[in-house]
Design a protein around this ligand. Structure first.
Ligand SMILES: *[C@@H]1O[C@H](CO)[C@@H](O)[C@H](O)[C@H]1NC(C)=O
Ligand SMILES: *[C@@H]1O[C@H](CO)[C@@H](O)[C@H](O)[C@H]1NC(C)=O
Ligand SMILES: [Cu+2]
Length: 395
């Protein structure tokens, strides 16, 4: 019943959004249908196993799934409760010892430091999807258990605002947003992404570039980074990322990037046109040399700025977690289309584009988020969002 009401409320939100994104609206409807279908698939699976499940000690049932929702469908109070919890995490002391990351000052930084340290082993690898699922879940748990957050992790459906993300409820700068754009800096060049010998990708600059000055995170300090931050003059700012380097959060929100790489059609095509997980996760992250950065890069570089543009330090940007909610939703949706065969599908190795060469990722591989928390866990336990430690769905 609760889910029905939420779904209804969501349909209203979706209907409004569809009116404002005419060109995209057909694909948007298709995407929304796919999400709904994935939810039904999941509920049916849980219904089917309900009787036997209790005997086997599986606690997740249809009635106690946590429902993750898009930011725009949260009430003002719910949005405020979420950003308050994030600010709380930023005020709690770090668990990471100074000998590991001297710049990690808060519980929030524990997550950033873990991502910095593991970046070469969790992107363009066989662990990419599962690692980020576990990372996001433990962030959500920290918000709940350490900061009293009662809600669930919201997500950012990029397709809803592809033509004007800065005006979206996520970025509109109000007290109920995730803070607004950075201060406008004129005459910026594009961001130029290079990857080995592949042709560079040019990303149009956004309409900000400076410090964020509005909303809940206007006083936030980004403590860690940079490691590898591309600038609008073609150069790259580098560092270990682990030193204490407090500075403002900057953003450079780019409708050009959002509409080119993370529109409704790109999401639907990603889900429908890639039958094996290797292709699916590769297209999602951008096939090197193809000129595309995929929806994953699309979301990160739509936010832009420091640290969103820095692959290593990107969790230092609070919207990272809404973005990866959508990444996880897309995987969940893709899995539901052929759940039996896709649930445990893994492809890739343990190193970034298999460089240096490393063994194939398997379901027995261990994911360990270090001081962020959660403890070591096998890939196998991370493949389904209603098994292992998980019990959630998306609407
Ligand atoms: C879900 O509900 C069952 C009872 O129906 C309960 O035993 C179990 O602990 C609950 N699980 C969670 C994750 O809340
Ligand atoms: C939508 O994204 C795809 C790539 O994912 C791109 O080819 C297409 O041009 C984009 N559509 C618009 C209207 O920009
Ligand atoms: Cu990542």
């Amino acid at each position: 019943m609760l889910i029905r009401c939420l779904t209804y409320a969501l349909l209203l939100v979706r209907a409004t959004a569809a009116l404002t994104t005419d060109k995209n609206s057909e694909s948007l409807t298709e995407l929304e249908n796919l999400i709904e279908q994935a939810g039904s698939t999941q509920e049916n699976i849980l219904d089917d196993r309900a009787t036997g499940a209790k005997k086997r000690g599986e606690a997740c049932t249809r009635d106690n799934l946590t429902v993750r929702r898009p930011w725009g469908s949260l009430s003002k109070n719910e949005r405020k409760a979420y950003t308050d919890a994030v600010l709380c995490l930023q005020s709690l002391p770090a668990k990471t010892p100074a000998s590991v990351a001297p710049g990690a000052k808060s519980r929030y930084d524990d997550f950033v430091a873990t991502h910095i340290l593991q970046t070469p082993y969790i992107h363009y690898t066989g662990t990419f999807l599962a690692w980020h699922r576990w990372f996001l879940y433990n962030y959500e748990q920290a918000l709940k258990n350490e900061c009293g957050y009662k809600g669930s992790q919201p997500y950012w459906n990029w397709a809803l605002y592809a033509n004007n993300p800065a005006a979206s409820p996520i970025f509109d700068g109000s007290a109920y947003s995730m803070s607004g754009n950075g201060e406008y800096i004129a005459k910026k060049g594009p961001i130029i992404l290079t990857l080995g010998d592949f042709a560079p990708v040019y990303l149009p600059a956004g309409t900000g570039g400076g410090c964020v000055t509005s909303g809940p995170f206007k006083r936030m300090k980004v403590n860690l980074g940079p490691v590898s931050l591309p600038l609008n003059n073609g150069s790259v700012l580098t560092g270990t990322g682990l030193e204490y380097n407090p500075r403002c959060l900057t953003r450079d929100i780019s409708a050009g990037v959002n509409s080119a790489y993370a529109n409704a059609t790109s999401v639907v095509n990603l889900i429908l046109n890639n039958k094996n997980v290797g292709d699916f996760q590769m297209v999602m992250q951008g096939v090197p040399g193809s000129g595309s950065i995929g929806v994953h890069g699309g979301g990160h570089y739509t936010i832009g700025g420091n640290p969103a543009d820095d692959v290593f330090v990107s969790p230092g940007e609070p919207v990272f977690y809404l973005h990866h909610g959508m990444i996880d939703l897309v995987w969940w949706t893709w899995q539901a289309l052929d759940y039996k065969n896709r649930r445990d599908a893994v492809s890739g190795t343990g190193t970034f584009l298999n460089s240096p060469p490393s063994p194939d990722t398997t379901l027995d591989d261990i994911i360990d988020l270090g001081y962020a928390g959660g403890g070591p866990i096998t890939m196998r336990e991370l493949m389904s969002v209603h098994d292992g430690p998980f019990c959630y769905m998306y609407i």
